[in-house]
Design a protein around this ligand. Sequence first.
Ligand code: GAR
Length: 189
Amino acid sequence: MNIALFASGTGSNVYNIIQHFKSNDLINVVAVLCNKAGAGALNHAKKAGIPTLIFSKEEFDNSIKVEEFLAERKVDLVILAGFLLKVPQSLIDLYPNKIINVHPALLPDYGGKGMYGMNVHNAVIAAKEKKSGITIHLVNERYDEGATIDQFECSLNQSDTPKTLAQKVSVLEKSHFPKTIEEYILKIK
Ligand code: GAR
């Protein structure tokens, strides 16, 4: 099973997923794709010797460059690991139930357009929520509305800030995202 990671930023999840599957004979991270030149995610891939592709939003919407790259590497499953662009319908059609995203909140709350990264954590803290967490879900044509695979929670108290919440969410992502991907692969294989 060949997986491709899509990322837009620092890539701590990309790094963690690469490490997790490094010694796995069944599941290989064969590509890292990114819409931002210079993003940390690309460095993690290069250090691990994994091929990368950088593309613009227009190239992503048009899809051909990305689809060819995925086909050349025989990618079976796509993982959005901190990826912020909306996935075009053609890619969703090419990978039905085979695109997984991690969202830094408990969907359906705090999802949708504009809800990513610190925007999510700012909104959760402003609403004085008692808990937040992560949602690992399949991607469909609507932002953050695909079927949930699993959710993991963290509790919040009055002293939490968007920054401390981001750290709690990051810990949850590192503990659960790679394992949940692995379990999903074993289920669909
Ligand atoms: C992660 O917290 C991820 O959940 C979030 O971006 C961060 C990327 O961190 N994704 C979204 O908000 C997607 N809607 P990273 O670049 O260090 O992996």
